[in-house]
Design a binder for this molecule. Structure first.
Ligand code: UDP
Ligand code: MG
Length: 325
């Protein structure tokens, strides 16, 4: 009997949790040859999410939960899920029913066929505004050009991972996480299959333009140093133009005796160079900031409660490093 852990990060999901639980129960009940555990990660919700999880886990031994001391973000919640998950494979899914549990049997089939990383690919995202869709496209383009690892397009975090993948992912403990890049980075045999994303069942999406932009910058800077290379190339290019222009100005003064009228050109060049320099500094700063944050070596999340037990960081680490069974 294969043991599968289903990891569900939850942030203010009180409206959907019971519906999700019912649906999971129905779908998982039909899969006879697997033993499921659902591990919910309460990512510092401000609503009744934690109470619902407590009740569920008290009533159903297959439900287990982990509660953070505050909101650490979905990436941290997913890592916590991977840290605490047990068994032969895990499935990561959103709480809001945008990832239909009906696909789980199909994912398990692919896993049995020998794939280590099965992920559901969105067919189209009709719930997205034009701006969001364009931004997403641009982001993937930059990532693809910049990185040498092939990027999986339009895949969400709905995926099944073999325990080998889980072990590999748990080794990647950078604080500023771009998990989607990590999935591709670890390699292993991957399988993508299509699904139609559902509308959010209830509640609000927590992503807005600002957080998406942040995620994009996060993704790019954690995945590739191409922007740094780009500034170097830009510098070379600008220097080359500058030298050509210098030669031109020098000889035109020499041959034609041009009384080189300087002000407008000078100002344009000055502003352009200033802009380029600030941009390069910004890019360097972005990477420097990452180095700064990583060098603090802080824990990525802090667990407050695990299946009705209050946790200190020391006990939490002991539990994480020595799984309970
Ligand atoms: N989530 C989380 N922490 C956060 C934000 C979101 O754990 O800080 C969870 C949320 O509960 C949901 C999943 O991540 O299960 C996806 O969030 P959401 O539906 O808001 O994102 P979208 O589907 O729009 O990408
Ligand atoms: Mg969602």
């Amino acid at each position: 009997m294969d043991k599968i852990t289903i990891i569900v990060p939850c942030f203010n999901e009180q409206e959907v949790l019971l519906a999700l639980y019912e649906k999971l129960q129905k779908v998982l009940g039909a899969v006879k040859d697997c033993e499921f555990t659902c591990l919910f990660i309460n990512d510092g919700s401000k609503d009744g999410t934690l109470d619902i999880l407590r009740d569920l886990s008290a009533a159903d031994h297959r439900i287990s939960y982990l509660s953070f001391s505050r909101n650490f973000g979905k990436e941290a919640a997913m890592l916590a899920g991977l840290d605490y998950a047990q068994g032969d494979a895990v499935i990561i899914m959103d709480a809001d029913l945008q990832h239909p549990p009906e696909l789980i049997p199909e994912m398990l089939d692919y896993w049995r066929q020998g794939y280590d990383d099965v992920c559901a690919k969105r067919r189209d995202r009709n719930d997205e505004t034009f701006g969001k869709a364009t931004m997403t496209k641009l982001f993937y383009r930059i990532l693809e050009v910049g990185s040498k690892v092939p990027v999986q397009r339009n895949v969400g975090d709905f995926r099944l991972l073999d325990k080998r993948c889980v072990a590999a992912l748990c080794l990647l403990r950078e604080e500023q996480r771009y998990t989607k890049g990590m999935f591709t980075w670890i390699g292993y045999r991957k399988k993508e299959f299509y699904f139609n994303p559902q509308q959010r069942f209830a509640g609000q999406t927590t992503w807005n333009y600002l957080s998406l932009t942040n995620l994009a910058i996060e993704g790019i800077t954690s995945f590739t140093t191409a922007p740094l290379r780009l500034t170097a190339v830009l510098g070379l290019f600008v220097s080359f133009i500058a030298i050509c222009y210098m030669v031109f100005v020098f000889f035109s003064a020499l041959i034609y005796g041009d009384p080189v009228a300087g002000y407008p050109t000078l100002l344009t060049v000055l502003l352009f160079l200033g802009g380029v320099q600030l941009l390069s500094l910004g890019i360097i700063g972005e990477y420097l900031g990452r180095v700064f944050n990583e060098s603090k070596k802080r824990p990525i999340y802090i667990v407050d409660e695990y299946d009705h037990r209050k946790m200190s960081y020391a006990t939490e680490r002991a539990v994480r490093e020595k799984p309970l069974n």
